[in-house]
Each structure stands twice: as structure tokens, then as C-alpha cells.
Design a protein. Structure first.
Length: 104
């Protein structure tokens, strides 16, 4: 990870996150991350939503990098994981924005 300061930082800044990722199959952690991102818009403020999505993004970034570098996922699985997470995160942000607009 010397060539990726971002990923190294993710591991060093939150060792618990790294241990959580390593403790389960990548597919399991990805499903949890996607579910977390998809539901992050509910009952929250904009700041809390943004923080939640950043936390999940960090987990997905590290998870997908480790699965790719470790040879666990091929390029199709890697790309699909990033796409599925992006769909969930953007969907959550849009739902939050629509909810905020409806209550304004």
C-alpha cells in the first residue's frame, strides 16, 4: 500500500474498519455497506448523511481495493461493486434532497 497513500491512510486511521472488512467475505461486507448507504437518507440531517456516506465510501474503497489486490475479485466483480455502491449512495442523496424539498 506504499503506492497508495489514500488506502494506507484508510487502514491506519481506522484499524477497526480494516479488521471488520477482513473478518467477513467481501460480498458480505459489500452488501452491508450498500444497505447502509441506501438507508442513510432516513431520519438524518444533511451533515449526518454526508458523514455517513463518507464513512461507507471509505469502507467500500478499502474493501474493493483489498479484494482486487488479493485476487479475490476479478475486474467485473470489482467494477460491479463500485457501481452498486455508487447507485446506493447517489440514490440515498437524491431521496434526502427530495424529502428536504418536499418539506420546504
Amino acid at each position: 500500500m506504499e503506492s497508495s497513500p489514500f488506502l494506507r491512510g484508510l487502514m491506519l486511521d481506522d484499524p477497526k474498519r480494516l479488521m471488520t472488512i477482513l473478518a467477513a467475505a467481501p460480498e458480505t461486507r459489500l452488501k452491508i455497506a450498500i444497505k447502509t448507504a441506501a438507508g442513510a437518507w432516513q431520519d438524518t440531517s444533511e451533515a449526518e448523511l454526508m458523514a455517513a456516506l463518507r464513512r461507507v465510501r471509505a469502507e467500500v474503497a478499502l474493501l474493493t481495493a483489498l479484494a482486487d489486490l488479493g485476487g479475490i475479485w476479478d475486474v467485473e466483480q470489482f467494477t460491479s461493486a463500485l457501481t452498486d455502491f455508487a447507485d446506493a449512495a447517489v440514490g440515498s442523496a437524491v431521496r434526502f434532497a427530495l424529502k428536504a424539498a418536499a418539506s420546504a
